[in-house]
Design a protein around this ligand. Structure first.
Ligand code: F0G
Length: 353
């Protein structure tokens, strides 16, 4: 039986590794591309979800991390560092220990989801909580890697984007061509840049007939690319994309413009609604930041900005179980003994009479 071998083995010829490179891998990638029936009806397009929460540490970050840690280990590094809103640090810690590298992570104090913090701690990372935001953490991480023999694996380390571009390859391989539109959340702006790399490389090689328009969505309170200026104190419930000065800003703008795409903002309310819609209609539970693309797609469809009948892929970037605090509001009643009335009430709520 064939087992998916991880993105380096599956796409070796497309990645900056040599024939001798031994991948540090958790068999990331190979994630589901599923039909989104509710979203398709809602938008009158053919919508698919690329479910990146199904990666080993629960987010798309694993695709870039396998390459970054493989290269760092090959170069003889002993420690690796990153700044993170939570997912990069969870991924880096897991891959680092596989390569016997010491992980050091910098995160905004009290501002990352509990599940992600648990991951970094369990994998044995040195966790430094910074009184500040992601952008402050990134500045400190850069300084650390300048002053000490520690490899920086944020997406300013461009091999991360090389690994992340494999998601575009998988989508084309699954559908047989590129979609018309590809939608995703934007935070530090690495992923949208990576998808553009992947799509354009495949198109150039003749593996796809065209590249899609890329539609990125930031949270309204953390939308520097939309505003055209850094946001000093970014704020949104979607902690994953709470970034005020994205490292890959220029690459993302280039991806937007070359693809005739767009980068716009969605409100926290739209994000939370999209998260609930995905969970309750599609059976896919994602973290809030991951729902920003869906929120943007629905808003565009409602606003008449999406021509019906197109092929659309939405990347949902991280698993819902990473960040459950907001999801837990609105739990049902607690009862001592379940009586017939409770069962009947639940049956009525489920639409039974
Ligand atoms: N979705 C999730 C779940 C993320 O964790 C991130 C970024 C993004 C979307 C945005 O991707 O930064 O490439 O534009 N998280 C980073 C981190 C910032 O530290 O985990 P991007």
């Amino acid at each position: 039986a064939h087992q998916w071998r991880g993105v380096i083995e599956e796409y070796r010829a497309w990645l900056p590794v040599s024939a001798d490179t031994k991948p540090v891998t958790l068999c990331e990638g190979g994630t589901p591309l599923i039909e989104a029936q509710w979203l398709s009806e809602r938008t009158r397009c053919e919508v698919r979800l690329k479910v990146e929460g199904d990666n080993p540490t629960g987010s798309f970050k694993d695709r870039g991390m396998t390459v970054a840690i493989t290269k760092a280990a090959e170069a003889g590094a002993r420690a690796v560092v990153c700044a993170s809103t939570g997912n990069t640090s969870a991924s880096m810690a897991a891959y680092a220990v596989r390569a016997r590298l010491n992980p050091i992570v910098l995160v905004p104090h009290g501002r990352i989801a509990a599940g992600k913090m648990a991951q970094a701690l369990m994998h044995g990372a040195q966790v430094i909580q910074v009184r500040g935001g992601f952008d402050d953490c990134l500045a400190i991480a850069r300084g650390l890697s300048d002053d000490y023999p520690v490899a920086l694996v944020n997406s300013v380390n461009r091999v991360r984007l090389q690994g992340q571009k494999t998601a575009a390859f998988e989508i084309v391989d699954a559908i047989g061509d590129a979609p018309d539109v590809h939608v995703m959340p934007v935070g530090n702006a690495g992923n949208i840049s990576a998808y553009w790399l992947g799509y354009t490389e495949y198109a150039r090689a003749g593996a796809a007939s065209h590249s899609p328009r890329l539609w990125g969505f930031q949270a309204e309170g953390a939308a520097p690319i939309v505003r055209g200026a850094p946001v000093p104190d970014p704020e949104t419930i979607a902690s994953a994309i709470r970034v005020g000065n994205p490292a890959s800003w220029d690459l993302a703008v280039n991806a937007r413009d070359e693809s005739s795409g767009r980068i716009d903002a969605v409100t926290d309310e739209q994000i939370m609604q999209a998260q609930r819609d995905l969970a309750s209609h599609e059976g896919v539970f994602v973290e809030p930041g991951s729902a920003a693309g869906v929120a943007g797609l629905v808003a565009a469809a409602d606003g008449g900005e999406l021509d019906p009948g197109q092929s659309v892929v939405v990347t949902v970037t991280g698993h819902g179980l990473k960040d459950i605090d907001t999801a837990l509001t609105g739990r049902g009643p607690v009862v001592d003994d379940v009586v017939d009335a409770d069962v009947r009430a639940a049956a009525r709520a489920a639409g039974l009479t």
